[in-house]
Design a binder for this molecule. Structure first.
Ligand SMILES: C[S@@+](CC[C@H](N)C(=O)[O-])C[C@H]1O[C@@H](n2cnc3c(N)ncnc32)[C@H](O)[C@@H]1O
Length: 259
């Protein structure tokens, strides 16, 4: 069973365009290691499909059947369906009879794991599916005291988006509430489809939870499970990770095989 928020796949694709240069970053890394590549929390294939278009074989795993349905449709349209296998599964429990040169968890999907135990279980499961020299790449946002304080119990507009093939617009609101003891954010996302005269045609309330993680915490977690960090960046152009960074991009490899 997936996160219900991801049942709204068309709205997801309009709103969730990723982060600057994230597609290029993951595609280049996948190209350097060669295939096959495992995309965890692959969603509608935003990263899997561009990677497959470079000729690399991809297996995309996601817990949402609806996201995968759309991913398969998009892969077919882009004529890469023979390069990608989309599998419904949970990143904590998936079992594939295959090892990969690289696993990736783009677009902060790792934060959907809400306890340290689940994070460790997932990382161990991923490690089992990697070749000796296999890489794990992922990105998370960097929580700051200020943003955690300022966003708490507030509503904000995430944006107003054109709806392709229609004159309607999509107005998206987020209400965020934190439990700082558990490091959990509850985000209540509201999509409003509004026609050109301003009438609200549809209102969808789609809540979801994430567990925010501090950079040092992720470092320790990876190390504990047997990964060693080989790349740490503050953006997808491999900029230095520093005090002003809003994103943490990590590349790790199996500790046992560290060169
Ligand atoms: C933020 S979206 C990212 C989708 C895609 N990677 C992208 O970049 O657009 C997070 C995805 O993770 C999936 N997900 C959440 N929890 C999961 C879990 N435990 N195992 C596998 N997928 C999960 C959701 O269904 C959703 O498709």
């Amino acid at each position: 069973m997936g996160v219900a928020h991801y049942d709204w796949t068309d709205y997801y694709d309009i709103v969730s365009n990723g982060l600057e240069h994230d597609i290029e970053f993951y595609t280049e890394l996948a190209g350097n290691v060669g295939g096959p590549v495992l995309d965890l929390g692959c969603g509608t294939g935003r990263i899997s499909i561009p990677v497959a278009r470079t000729g690399t074989n991809v297996v995309g795993v996601d817990s949402s059947g609806r996201m995968l349905e759309k991913a398969r449709m998009k892969a077919k349209l882009m004529k890469v369906e023979d390069k990608i296998n989309f599998v419904e599964g949970d990143m904590r429990t998936f079992e594939l009879r295959q090892v990969f040169s690289m696993a990736m968890i783009p677009y902060r999907s790792f934060l959907h794991l809400l306890t340290v135990k689940d994070q460790m279980i997932a990382l161990r499961q991923i490690r089992k599916h990697l070749s000796e020299e296999g890489l794990l790449a992922l990105n998370i946002f960097v929580p700051t005291i200020r943003s955690l304080y300022e966003q708490d119990e507030k509503s904000s507009t995430r944006g107003i988006y054109e709806i392709p093939g229609s004159d309607d617009r999509l107005v998206v609101w987020d209400y965020t509430r934190y439990d700082h003891f558990q490091q959990i954010a509850e985000i209540i996302r509201q999509y409003e489809r509004v026609d050109s005269s301003g009438v609200v045609l549809q209102r969808v309330v789609a809540p979801f939870h994430i567990r925010y993680i501090y950079p040092a915490e992720l470092h320790h977690l990876l190390r504990l499970v047997g990964f060693s960090i080989v790349g740490r960046y503050g953006d997808f152009k491999k900029g230095t990770f520093g005090p002003e960074s809003t994103e943490l991009v990590i590349v790790a490899k199996n500790l046992r095989f560290e060169g």
